[in-house]
Design a protein around this ligand. Structure first.
Ligand SMILES: [Zn+2]
Length: 262
């Protein structure tokens, strides 16, 4: 019954909240890493984006103004992660808050020793468990083109959201039934330890050294690389690449030549 209701609602939203063609085109052109997707996949992505925007509020912080293009660009990057996954991965929270610049959330957090800290350094993005995703617009804009920035802020924060679907962000998202958790943990942990060692030795890694912060950051940063520069992940950590093709049900490296043509 609920499923039937959900489908009826989705049909209604898709019929009434279409994204105008010029806006959709402009958003796609602003995100060059989407060149690997077929027209059929982009059409499916567009539906996901419409549904995402009907369920989440993308709101501005302070005196900022969120334009339709900003909303669509954020939603596209969020939905790329779950294109072949159950969209309910993003259930349980409502808002995406967009700041005009880096921000300080002033959130308190407890460290492993039980000491409560207040974050005071400005952030470009943050994903809160059960709460909003907070993003700085200039940082989204700067990282929309991977080849210029070597990062993708929106994919990073939404990878944390996927991770948090099974509780605290720990680098292990809820896995599909056929994927043994031990395989995930072994593969990710071996790669993480290797990467940590390389960063500690002072090696200049092609993957953002921020990935060495924690297993949760490792998962988020490697998810960025998986979608935006898949051949880099395939070369650096082939087993993680393989694991991610299994988890995300996408194989972006097999189409990487399309990125060069774009
Ligand atoms: Zn992070």
């Amino acid at each position: 019954m609920f499923e039937a209701l959900r489908r009826w609602r989705q049909k209604r939203v898709l019929a009434s909240s279409a994204i105008p063609e010029p806006l959709w085109r402009e958003a796609l052109e602003s995100l060059p890493f989407l060149a690997i997707y077929t027209d059929a996949e982009l059409a499916r992505l567009r539906q996901r984006v419409v549904l995402f925007l009907s369920e989440k509020s993308v709101v501005a912080a302070k005196s900022f103004e969120v334009t339709p293009l900003m909303r669509v660009m954020i939603a596209i990057q969020a939905c790329v992660l779950t294109l072949n996954l159950d969209p309910r991965f993003y259930d349980g929270w409502e808002n995406v808050i967009v700041y005009p610049d880096e921000f300080i959330t002033g959130l308190e957090y407890e460290d492993e020793a039980g000491v409560v800290h207040r974050r005071s350094e400005p952030l470009a993005g943050e994903a809160m468990p059960g709460g909003p995703v907070v993003l700085s617009w200039p940082d989204i804009e700067a990282s929309a083109d991977w080849s210029a920035a070597g990062m993708n802020l929106v994919i990073h924060e939404f990878a944390h959201k996927i991770d948090m679907r099974s509780g605290e962000a720990n680098g292990c998202p809820p896995l599909p039934g056929e994927m043994p958790p031990r395989t995930w943990q072994k593969t990710m942990n071996a790669a993480y330890q290797d990467f940590l060692g390389r960063v500690e030795k002072g090696e200049e890694t092609a993957i953002d050294p921020y990935a060495s912060e924690s297993p949760a950051e490792f998962f988020a940063v490697l998810s960025e690389v998986f979608f935006a520069e898949p051949t880099l992940l395939q070369t650096e950590y082939p087993k993680v690449y393989q694991l991610f093709t299994w988890f995300y049900r996408q194989d972006p490296a097999s189409r990487a030549e399309l990125l060069l043509e774009g």
